[in-house]
Each structure stands twice: as C-alpha cells, then as structure tokens.
Design a protein around this ligand. Structure first.
Ligand code: ADP
Length: 520
C-alpha cells in the first residue's frame, strides 16, 4: 500500500522539482535581469539625451557654416563684378555704382575692398561667367593660407582660374542687409532641411526675431549659437526638432522601456502563477488519490471481515436461534451489496477515466427503476431506523435512459443520505415530471454541506473534511459518477443543502438524451 502511495505521490515530487527549476533557472535570473534593466533605464535616457543634443549641435554648426559660406559667395560675386582695380581704389561710391550697373544694388556693404593684390595683372578669364560662385569659393578656401575672419571684416580669397591668388577680398555686409535680406534669402533658397525635421530661428543681438523656418508651439529651442563672423556679429541661431523635444523623446523612451520591462515581469508572474496553480492542483489530486486508496482498502476490508465472521459462525452452527441466523444472513447480504456497489463504482470510474464507459439507452419507466431500488434497500434502510418516504408520480412518461446507470446514480445518492445522517434519520424519495424532464429527488436531514463545498463534492476523490468523514467511509467517487451519468443523459444534478439541516439532491433527467430521436 505504501508503495502505491509513493507511486501516487511521485508526480507531485517531480512537479516540485519543476517548480524549483523554474524558480532557479527562469524566475531568479529574470528578476535579476529586470532589476538591472530597470536600473539601466536612466543611463539609457541620459545617453539618448546626449546623443540627440549632439546631433542638434552638429546641425546648428553646419547651418552656421553654410550661412557663412553663402555670405562669402555673395561677397566674392560682388568682388568679381566690381573688379580688382575699383576694389583696390576702395571708393564706396564707385563700388556702389559698379554693383548697380551689374544689377546687384541690393547688396549693401559697410566695406568691400581688395588687399594684397598680386602685382601681376588680372589674368584673362578670372571672372568668367558660368562658374558657380560656391564652387569658386570652395576652391578658394581650399588653398587658404591667411585667416579668413578679421576683427571687423570677413574675407575671401580672390583667385584667377589658373589657381593663382589675386588677393584677399575684405568685406562686411551692412547690418540692415544681413538682417532684412541675406538671412531670409539663405533660408528660403539655400538651406537644406531634410524632411523639414528642424526648425531654425535667427534673432538679432537684441533678441528681435529675424527669421524662423517654421512657427514653433513653444519657445523652447534645444541649442543656440552666437555667430561671430563680422557681418553677422551678435546674431543668434537657435535650433530645435520640429515635432519633438529632446526632453519628450527621452521621457517617451524611458516610459516605453519601463513599460516593456514591467510587461515582461507581469508575464513572468502570470506564468509563475499558472505553474503554481497547476502544481497545487496536482498535489491536491495526488493527496486525494492516496486518501482514496486508503479509504477503499478500508471499505473493502470491513464488509469482508463481517461477511467472513458471520459465514464462519453459520458454518460452525454456533448460532443460538433461527432468528439470529436470519439476521446473520441479512448482514452478509447487506455487506455484499455494499461491496458490489463499491466495486461497481470503482469499475465504472476507471471506465470513465479510460473513456470506455458505455451507456445503453432504452425507453424506461423511471418510476419502476426508482421503485426497484427502494424495494431492494427498504429493509436495511428501515432497519437502521430511517423514516422512509417515497412518492412516485402516476403520470410519468416513459423516457430514454440507461436504467442501470440511473439506478446506480440513485443508489449513490441514497447511500450518501444514509451515510451522512446523524440522529435525524429521514430519507425522502420523490419522482415527478417537470416540463420536459423527470426530476428524481433524494432528501435527507443529515449533516448537510457548507455552501463553499457544494460544487467541490462532485469532483473525483473529493470528500468534505469534517463531521462524519472520519467515521464514514467512502471513496469520493459516488457523486463524480452521478455527475458523469447525468451529463451522459444530457441532464444535471442540483443540490440544496445547509449544514445541520440536511440535503436534497435532484437529478434532472430530460425525456430524451441528446442524440436520441423519438422512438429510439
Ligand atoms: P463518498 O464516497 O465520500 O461518499 P461521494 O462522491 O459520494 O463520496 O461524496 C462526496 C462527499 O460529499 C462526501 O464525502 C460527503 O462529504 C459529501 N456528501 C455527499 N452526499 C452527502 C449528503 N447527503 N449529506 C452530506 N454530505 C454529503
């Protein structure tokens, strides 16, 4: 027996191992990982912030340099138009006139002159039209060996096309031209803004707005530069991402990461809970099974011992009177019936578990089935002092059931009513039609069943842990069988019970089981 119990308990041990492995190999590392990930979130956020900031700074620096380049290109173009001689003379009026003549009167300089001009005459083709100014400027800047920016003037080298340096154009655009026109022209025609991802704002030294590539919802800019080239002295460049702020982006990233880690943790917890619930159920079932083995062995032993005792007494003719002998026969009969019932239950249960239980449905007079059960048990029932009340309706229709299964279900209910009754020994049986079903009720005034236990008692092996359980033997299979039999008939079992007041079990049997047409 202990061997059987050990075998029955074995699965729960291995479940225990699974849980320990799960906790040790999955849960703990995952918790450690999620703690580390949680702690790493602020660091990631900081890194993202730094990188977005750097990106913005780079972009703004590029804008500044590009703006300066565009400015020098304009100055260089003006210098070419004016020509080296007039530049060398440096008379503003003459220069203005030359510019006007070339249709470039909108270019306004505070100063424009040529310095360190090569003694050689300007070479042919130095101001050939068709060459892009920016290209020329790039070329010019490539071979630069003088500082570009002076204190008050910006400068750009002037070269002939052979690459020979002609001199250095010193210039400074007028503040008004830069503020009103140059900035706007640059941003409207030269500024490259991929996907319009950036917003640049330009303000004058006093803070007044000069230009803005797009309106901003708030005045928060990520980076700022103060321009230093003379023409733009004190001009501020401000830049931000068009539709996001670094702060929002960082917050969103931190939130997403935290939510993701939280979600993974939740999933883990749910998984752990499922494993725990599963193991608990298995442990419970395993305990019920071992209780079952103990109970059944006891249930088999007791009637067998009684049967043997009385059979031996009868065999040895040690019976004082014929009346006593009759009593012994009855005991032997009753105990063997009990054994048969128990063995039937166990056999049926194992058939059900193996999916081999078959029902033989046929048109049956349920009243007669109930009557037979009552009659075969009337004597022992009344002998135990039970008041038996049977009411079988007259107008019962013939219904399609498995009569053996139905009487087994009924017998289980009757046995329970007897087993779980204390001093108040009452057994009521009632069969009646209720619409399209027949209802068989078994009522006792026994110990009753607490509400919380009422749905559990239909589980296999389950026995309520109180009152009569230690003195009343049982397998915990009876009601599971009743439930199964009712399910097979397309019916159900109802229970009304209160502790100390007794119980009524009602078998609701439909007139036709599912899948059986009329006349089946
Ligand atoms: P058992 O073999 O233990 O009687 P059952 O499946 O028939 O197994 O019943 C399950 C449990 O339900 C019983 O152990 C008992 O606690 C409770 N029970 C069943 N019928 C009654 C009843 N008529 N009155 C009180 N308790 C009952």
């Amino acid at each position: 027996m202990s061997g059987i119990e050990q075998r029955l308990a074995a699965p729960s041990d291995s479940r225990g191992r699974v849980v320990s492995i799960f906790v040790g190999a999955v849960l703990l590392p995952s918790v450690a990982l999620s703690v580390l990930s949680f702690n790493a979130v602020p660091k990631h956020a900081e890194n993202l912030k730094i990188s977005l900031h750097r990106q913005a700074e780079k972009m703004l620096k590029y804008v500044e340099q590009d703006l300066e380049t565009a400015t020098r290109a304009r100055a260089l173009e003006a210098a070419r138009v004016v020509g080296p001689e007039r530049l060398l003379e440096g008379r503003p009026k003459v220069i203005q006139a030359a510019l006007r003549e070339a249709g470039m009167e909108e270019l306004k300089f505070d100063s424009l002159r040529l310095e360190a001009w090569s003694p050689m005459k300007a070479e042919k083709g130095w101001n050939e039209p068709g060459r892009g100014d920016v290209d020329a400027l790039r070329e010019a800047l490539a071979g630069l060996d003088m500082p570009l920016v002076g204190e008050d003037e910006d400068s750009v080298p002037l070269k002939a096309h052979g690459g020979k340096k002609l001199g250095m154009v010193r210039f400074r655009f007028s503040c008004d031209y830069v503020h009103r026109q140059l900035v706007r022209e640059y941003f409207e025609s030269e500024f490259v803004n991929p996907d319009d991802a950036w917003v640049v704002r330009v303000t004058e030294p006093g803070g007044g707005l000069l230009y803005e590539t797009a309106p901003t919802a708030d005045d928060r800019f990520e980076v700022k530069r103060v321009m230093s080239v003379p023409s733009f002295e004190g001009v501020h460049l401000l830049l931000r991402y068009r539709d996001r702020s670094i702060e929002d982006e960082v917050r969103r990233m931190a939130l997403t990461k935290t939510a993701l880690i939280g979600f993974i943790d939740l999933m883990l917890l749910a998984g752990l809970f499922l494993v725990y619930a599963n193991v608990r159920r298995e442990l419970h079932l395993s305990r019920l099974k071992s209780d079952f083995v103990a109970n059944v062995s006891h249930e088999l032993k007791t009637p067998l011992a009684l049967i043997r005792l009385f059979a031996e007494t009868l065999e040895l003719r040690r019976v004082p009177s014929e009346e006593k002998a009759q009593q012994y026969y009855r005991v032997i009969n009753k105990e063997s019936q009990r054994l048969t019932q128990l063995i039937n239950n166990i056999l049926d249960f194992s058939r059900i578990e193996a999916g081999r239980k078959e029902y033989r449905f046929r048109p049956t007079d349920v009243g007669a089935v109930v009557g037979e059960v009552v009659e075969s048990y009337r004597f022992p029932i009344e002998q135990q002092g039970f008041q038996l009340e049977v009411s079988i309706a007259e107008d019962l229709p013939e219904i399609v059931v498995d009569p053996e299964a139905l009487s087994q279900a009924l017998l289980n209910l009757v046995n329970n009513a007897i087993k779980y009754s204390g001093d108040e020994k009452y057994l009521g049986l009632d069969v009646r039609r209720d619409d399209d079903r027949v209802v068989v009720s078994v009522t006792d005034r026994g110990v009753g069943i607490p509400k919380a236990e009422q749905h559990k008692i239909f589980e296999k092996f389950y026995r309520v842990e109180d009152t009569l359980i230690h003195t009343t033997k049982g397998s915990g299979l009876g009601l599971a069988l009743v439930q199964h039999i009712m399910d097979a008939h397309g019916g159900s079992v109802e229970l009304a019970s209160a502790p100390g007041e007794g119980s009524t079990f009602r078998l609701l049997v439909p007139l036709q089981p599912p899948g059986h047409g009329a006349g089946a």
